[in-house]
Design a protein around this ligand. Structure first.
Ligand code: FAD
Ligand code: NAI
Length: 475
């Protein structure tokens, strides 16, 4: 029997589950379908982010950071910690507990908000005057219908052509998060966000890490000055990052993996490692969705074609998150989910794509919002830059972490903040002030005149704002 809803959401990652909750808050009768299974075959809503992305990676980054601190930094505080050992199984079990808490939290939120959850694969069956019919195949077989559909099916790791993931030797983000032991030698292909975060985790735990990057520049999307600083720091930490390589044949055997490549000089090279992580970007998930049944258009990357409002060309069909254009970030997916639910309710949902912050959770963290110096130059915008090093910040000295800086870019005429770029401790938290300031179209002068608590890392943001006007007080 057909079950009728106002809205059907396909996918319960950050885009889908948040869209479902917001639509329910706005009084709609909402179904949300997700196929992810936990180890026992039960539902595990939360998508890539919760199961094999943001949450588990940050859990491992935290554990490995503690290990690194105990090994290398406790001594300067007068704490002696001899024979520090890492129990990898326990670290992974903790990570799994954190993931489960998040899965359970979403199931609780669905109940609280009266979202009907279906565990299984959702695929389009047909369209008619009654709306779009979506079949659920999984634990239970159902047929649902609604006039409004939100597709939030996310993305999956991109494999190298002809090199399938076996999650034993050749790992995607999934396998990279469940290595049962620290590999002696680990090679990663791609020095993007996953390459740096997962490379850091296993490097801190003792692996010899090599990262092979195809592009000649390091972190091309990051402000050049910050990227240069980051490269220097990662080199010093011992991450072997090789730029401008061309990856060739890859052989996997019982002993491990051999990666053949040419280096930036065009010389043939070979790297042998116990494990290989391929982190070269992600592809939108539409297989299994049967988009043909309703004539839903995909672009050449396989992403669902939407406009700036996440509308597809079919009336009542929307798509959000990793399965559409734009950065593949959980908070971007969430914002789109909220905006679409509000648009369906007749409200004016809005996402400011210029103000989506980015964070790379390495040590030090790298975070930014708005435009980089190179973008402002190429856009022909006259700007002023001010920066402040954590070296001159009292809280950073007390923490024992003075790497990096806050850099602020402001319009040369109006003083409006156009971009903020941070490398250093707690950059992930500090970037929020910059995002709020930019959302309110603050000037550098505004930040410079706001009282910031002392001693705090956020004083560096205020000092960077002062530096825009060449009047830092502490540097
Ligand atoms: P997803 O989270 O991928 O969720 C899609 C869901 O839909 C999945 O549960 C999937 O099983 C389900 N699904 C797909 N097809 C169907 C179907 N036909 N029927 C039913 N269900 C279906 N982003 C950040 O902002 N910060 C981070 O720190 C961060 N860290 C990351 C670390 C790693 C290792 C990875 C891989 C990604 C990370 N990301 C991070 C990116 C983030 O995970 C994604 O941008 C985010 O999960 C996208 O959300 P989504 O809802 O669009 O899709
Ligand atoms: P990415 O796009 O960040 O980086 C991929 C890197 O691989 C690029 O530097 C690219 O030049 C390189 N590359 C591509 N093909 C290559 C090849 N054949 N040989 C060598 N190098 C090659 O993608 P990544 O790291 O896989 O992450 C996917 C996405 O997941 C990110 O773009 C981001 O949206 C999201 N993510 C976000 C995180 C965060 O917000 N902290 C953490 C992890 C992932």
């Amino acid at each position: 029997m057909l079950k009728t809803f106002d809205v059907i959401v396909i996918g319960a990652g950050p885009g889908g589950y948040i869209a479902a909750i917001r639509a329910a808050q706005l009084g709609m009768n909402v179904a949300c379908i997700d196929e992810w299974k936990n180890a026992n075959g039960g539902p595990a809503p939360g998508g890539t982010c919760t199961n094999v992305g943001c949450i588990p990676s940050k859990a491992l980054l935290q554990s490995s950071e503690h290990f690194d601190q105990a090994n290398h930094h406790f001594a300067e505080h007068g704490i002696s910690a001899k024979d520090v050992k890492m129990d990898v199984a326990k670290m992974l079990a903790r990570k799994d507990t954190v993931v489960k808490q998040n899965n359970d939290g979403i199931l609780y939120l669905f109940k609280k908000n009266k979202v009907t959850f279906f565990h299984g694969r959702g695929s389009f069956a047909s369209k008619s005057d009654a709306g779009y019919e979506v079949k659920v195949s999984g634990a239970s077989e159902e047929s649902l219908v609604a006039k409004q559909i939100i597709v939030a099916t996310g993305s999956s790791a991109r494999a190298l052509p002809g090199v399938a993931f076996d999650e034993h030797n050749i790992l995607s983000n999934d396998g990279a998060l469940r290595l049962g032991a620290v590999p002696k030698k680990l090679v990663l292909i791609g020095s993007g966000v996953i390459g740096l975060e997962m490379g850091s985790v296993w490097h801190r735990l003792g692996a010899e890490v090599t990262i092979l990057e195809g592009l000649p520049t390091f972190l091309g999307a990051v402000d050049e000055q910050i990227a240069k600083e980051a490269k220097k720091i990662f080199d010093k930490q011992g991450l072997n990052i090789q730029l401008g390589v061309k990856v060739g044949d890859i052989h996997s055997s019982k002993k491990g993996v051999t990666v053949h490549y040419t280096n930036a000089k065009g010389e043939p090279q070979k790297w042998e490692a116990d494990k290989l992580i391929v982190s070269i970007g992600r592809v939108p998930n539409t297989s299994g969705l049967n988009p043909e049944a309703i004539g839903l258009k995909l672009d050449e990357r396989g992403a669902i074609v939407v406009d700036a409002d996440c509308k597809t060309h079919l009336p009542g069909v929307w798509a959000v998150g990793d399965v559409v254009r734009g950065p593949m970030l959980a908070h971007k997916a969430e914002e789109e989910g909220v905006a679409v639910a509000e648009r369906i309710a007749g409200q004016h949902g809005h996402v400011d794509f210029n103000l989506v912050p980015w964070v790379i959770y390495t040590s030090p963290e790298i975070a930014w919002v708005g435009r980089t110096e190179q973008q402002l130059k190429s856009d022909g915008v006259a700007y002023k830059a001010g920066s402040f090093p954590f070296l001159a910040n009292g809280r950073a000295r007390a923490l024992g972490d003075t790497t990096g800086m806050v850099k602020m870019l402001a319009d040369a005429t109006t003083d409006e903040i156009l971009g903020v770029h941070i490398i250093g401790p707690q950059a992930s938290e500090l970037i929020a002030e910059a995002t709020v300031a930019m959302a309110f179209k603050a000037s550098a002068e505004d930040i410079a005149r706001i009282c910031h608590a002392h001693p705090s890392l956020s004083e560096s943001t205020k000092e960077a704002a002062l530096a825009v006007d060449k009047r830092t007080l502490n540097f």
